[in-house]
Design a protein around this ligand. Structure first.
Ligand code: XBP
Ligand code: MG
Length: 253
């Protein structure tokens, strides 16, 4: 077994509980454009099965409003709605509305101290990634990541393996060198499809997801004063996710 060289992080749900702000931003963009579509939390939980904001809007229209026709090219209108949604979302981030989840900042620091490389592999856009990282960790923090693979950089978004394959290509590493931190069924499928081991920190919208195939499922990374709960796999009571625990999981056959 190869020694662990890199941590590959998902973004939405893993680094921060972003999905509520994504949902509100979609609704704001719809209202701004004069549409009376409003996604409730329950609607959104269901719509999250489709990854990617533009794909999610297209899926919503196809399944809930099959009669709806844009006045011009549908893809162009969807891209405009998504751009407006992203502007609302980034404004919320820059206003400090979305903190990192417990243990995420500590994990970044521990990984850097341990000489592990870090990468991001996500469905969302580079704009949203940068805004989240810089708002919470400062302008220099994007330089902590040796690779960033975003949804629009690949042919197929999660659950396809493309973003994780791209992140490993950017790092010049193989699946045996890396481990993934994810929060969702689609993310786990994507990582497994790329041949990677996965640790899950489930999030508010993904607690009931099927994480079969992952190696450890926690409710959060946790901190010394806010330990993680283990939902599947092994973690000592009152413990939290550390580099030592990640290395143990990585070493499992
Ligand atoms: C989560 C997603 C994203 C966000 C919205 O993916 O499915 O689509 O909900 O982001 P991940 P965009 O956890 O892999 O980041 O609107 O920017 O697509
Ligand atoms: Mg996620």
């Amino acid at each position: 077994m190869s020694t662990l060289k890199a941590l590959l992080f998902d973004v939405d749900g893993t680094l921060a509980d972003t999905e509520e702000v994504h949902r509100q931003s979609f609704n704001q963009a719809f209202a701004d454009a004069g549409y009376d579509w409003e996604w409730s939390r329950d609607d959104y939980r269901d719509l999250l099965k489709v990854t990617g904001g533009k794909e999610r809007i297209a899926h919503f229209l196809k399944t809930r409003h099959p009669e709806f026709q844009f006045s011009g090219e549908a893809q162009t209108h969807i891209a405009e709605l998504h751009k407006a949604k992203t502007a609302h979302y980034v404004a919320q981030l820059q206003g400090g509305k979305i903190p990192l989840r417990p243990g995420v900042r500590r994990m970044f620091n521990e990984a850097r101290e341990a000489g592990l490389r870090m990468a991001i592999a996500t469905t969302t856009t580079m704009e949203n990634i940068t805004a989240l990282i810089e708002a919470n960790l400062g302008a220099e923090a994007m330089s902590w990541f040796d690779a960033v693979a975003a949804g629009d950089m690949v042919a197929k978004k999660k659950p396809a393996p493309d973003v994780f394959l791209l992140a490993m290509e950017q790092l010049s590493l193989t699946p045996a060198d890396c481990i993934v931190l994810e929060d969702s069924y689609n993310g786990v499928q994507s990582a497994l499809g790329a041949g990677l081991k996965v640790i899950v920190t489930a999030s508010e919208y993904t607690l009931d997801d099927d994480f079969t195939g992952s190696h450890l499922v926690l409710n959060q990374m946790g901190e010394p004063d806010a330990p993680a709960s283990c939902l599947w796999g092994e973690l000592a009571p009152d413990d939290y996710l550390t580099i030592a625990v990640i290395k143990q999981v990585h070493a499992l056959v």
